[in-house]
Design a protein around this ligand. Sequence first.
Ligand SMILES: Nc1nc2c(c(=O)[nH]1)N[C@H]1C(S)=C(S)[C@@H](COP(=O)(O)OP(=O)(O)OC[C@H]3O[C@@H](n4cnc5c(=O)[nH]c(N)nc54)[C@H](O)[C@@H]3O)O[C@H]1N2
Ligand SMILES: Nc1nc2c(c(=O)[nH]1)N[C@H]1C(S)=C(S)[C@@H](COP(=O)(O)OP(=O)(O)OC[C@H]3O[C@@H](n4cnc5c(=O)[nH]c(N)nc54)[C@H](O)[C@@H]3O)O[C@H]1N2
Ligand SMILES: [Mo]
Length: 690
Amino acid sequence: MTTSIVRATCPHDCPDTCALLVTVEDGVATQVRGDPDHPTTAGVLCTKVSRYTDRTYHKDRLLHPMKRVGRKGEGRFERISWDEALDTIASKLKAVAARDPQAILPYSYAGTMGLVQGESMAARFFNKLGASLLDRTICASAGGAGYKYTVGARIGTDVEQFQNARLILIWGGNPIASNLHFWMRAQEAKRRGAKLIAIDPYRSLTAEKCHQHIALLPGTDAALALGMMHVLIKENLVDEDYIARHTIGYEALKERAAEWTPQRTAETCGISAEEVEQLARDYGSLATQGEPVAIRINYGLQRVRGGGMAVRNIACLPALVGAWRHAAGGVQLSSSDTFPKNGAALQHPELLKKQVRTINMSTIGDALLEDASPEFGPKIEAVIVYNSNPVAVAPESPKVERGFAREDLFTVVLEHFQTDTADYADIVLPATTQLEHTDIHATYGHLYMMANNPAIAPLGESKPNTEFFRLLAQRMGFDDPCFHESDDEIAAQAFNAKDTRAIHFDWDSLKRKGWQKLNAPDAPFAEGGFATPSGKCEFYSERMKADGLDPLPTYIAPYESRASNPELAKRYPLAMISPPARNFLNSTFVNVQSLRDTEGEPHLDIHPADAAQRGIEDGNQVRIFNDRGSFVAKARVTDKAREGLVVGLSIWWRKFAADGKNANEVTSQRLTDMGNAPTFYDVLVQVEKV
Ligand SMILES: Nc1nc2c(c(=O)[nH]1)N[C@H]1C(S)=C(S)[C@@H](COP(=O)(O)OP(=O)(O)OC[C@H]3O[C@@H](n4cnc5c(=O)[nH]c(N)nc54)[C@H](O)[C@@H]3O)O[C@H]1N2
Ligand SMILES: Nc1nc2c(c(=O)[nH]1)N[C@H]1C(S)=C(S)[C@@H](COP(=O)(O)OP(=O)(O)OC[C@H]3O[C@@H](n4cnc5c(=O)[nH]c(N)nc54)[C@H](O)[C@@H]3O)O[C@H]1N2
Ligand SMILES: [Mo]
């Protein structure tokens, strides 16, 4: 028997991007472990990814191309050859493109975070074709926008520094489920005496293990940050020197913050004034004594109308108290912009010869149902889906489903499995998994470049995304040299090697080593140097003003809440959030039996008082509904959900639910204040016993 160990990278949409060691025995991957030498992975994997081979060798893996023989959505398909699949797709796309290539829409997100399988050959193909562009907003663009207005770029505290912090605010995140290797650092900080505070409407696994849990109402984080500013300024818990040298707009901010008394903040957030005051004092007094205080902002607080502003307001706090002076102070939203990615080499934007429209992926339901018009442009006639499962993950699924069910829409889905979306395809194509292809990864939670070597040969007739687009490019007659590049050649160009942060970059040695830390400073803003137009942390932002936003931190209430929409709340009095379940990765892994068994079935956590009012007992089937739609789940009566809030951990495949639906039946396509992102957690519903 021949055994080898292959260096790989976890491909999933998670800030941890772990370094993997894959054991291969006689061409079969038998084990996936975390690399013990990689500092953030530290030899530990989450349950899901430690079972990665179960997914790769799953009995339901798609192993050959198929065409639909049943109705759309029914899931009946018949095997065809790659030649037939490619010929059918090429002739269909040529016919549509002859009328208007913008009637063709690529739809993709982060099934793999790899730069090669994610963003390269496909982007080149669609640029050359002149297809509609996709605004990839479904996850992080609201917070990204708010952070950039304030700090300038998605650069922040290194995850490896958090263990040295004395106080950590875990704000809108559930790292035990969704950012485990950050949580390991936070726990180390706790062992060293740090205080951990979770800010979350739900008593998540993480909130349960923090010293303190502030259970504010969903969508009110911007107000809490303003209330903190009020107390910090009033009690002189600020760093005047840092403010003077590295910020702009402090005088205006003072006036604004003065409006946010602890009482007003408490009423808005549904917490007590003491909680607001104590939080500000904990944060400001340690910081002004020169101790490192750190904030981890995650995604939960961004998925509401004011999600961008919430992140912006929180991003002002470290500059106010001088927390950036320390490597272990400051804030981490994302480390994405520390990576000098070479987008032009990956995507070849110069291939796009005309200006084309952009379709927002978060409103795909509406987009697929829209007719041609001068404002919209041509009706969408063809969709090519890869690295995503929109029928399950996009908001307001009744419309998404109706869109994908259109008989006149030509849909291609490149997938590992027959997902809810694949059921609506005309052609389904088998894609390789991370164990079967080459890739290179930037990350959004640590500071390493990561390599993925293929461990095994592609299963069945599966092909990497790149290979599909290469073959399709040939059939379309696209012969630019970039369509002939191999995956290794693409990976070698993924980073700008002239950038000082990637100065040691060399793909061959990265492949051998598996990972390489970027050359970035420990404390990125200790001496200012913000990536904003002023070079300072912008409490006041001219750019926001130019973009029609309030230039100062403010509070934007949710679209749907008891306070902001009392009329709607009469009919639908409960706020609903649907954050990730620990054993799924968005909708990935839902079909792995052992992981699904751990999650059980779709649940809805509901407070005992709300349950009693509705005659609901623990274990009852309940229907969750509003004007957009409804779905069923099993009630868990628990005070983990604060009163007035229900929580349905997600994202279930619709086909595994009793009624063939999931939480996105009731979410809306309304967008955030900035970044055009979805508002998954800005939803009012009613719940009744089935
Ligand atoms: N196991 C697992 N890990 C994952 C994922 C997964 O599906 N499963 N998904 C990955 C992806 S794509 C992402 S984007 C991240 C997301 O992971 P996180 O950043 O952790 O974000 P969410 O899970 O959306 O929400 C985290 C917490 O925010 C809380 N929350 C909801 N609304 C609000 C609010 O208005 N204010 C505040 N303060 N808190 C709120 C929720 O109750 C939840 O406990 O995780 C990644 N990691
Ligand atoms: N209600 C609700 N909805 C949500 C969220 C929520 O919290 N609540 N979270 C939102 C967030 S944060 C996100 S990021 C989105 C996630 O939305 P998506 O990015 O669509 O994530 P997944 O559901 O994991 O689907 C990814 C698909 O890509 C496939 N895939 C993986 N690797 C490859 C590959 O190499 N090639 C090809 N062709 N396919 C591959 C997987 O099999 C999987 O089916 O969902 C959003 N939707
Ligand atoms: Mo996400």
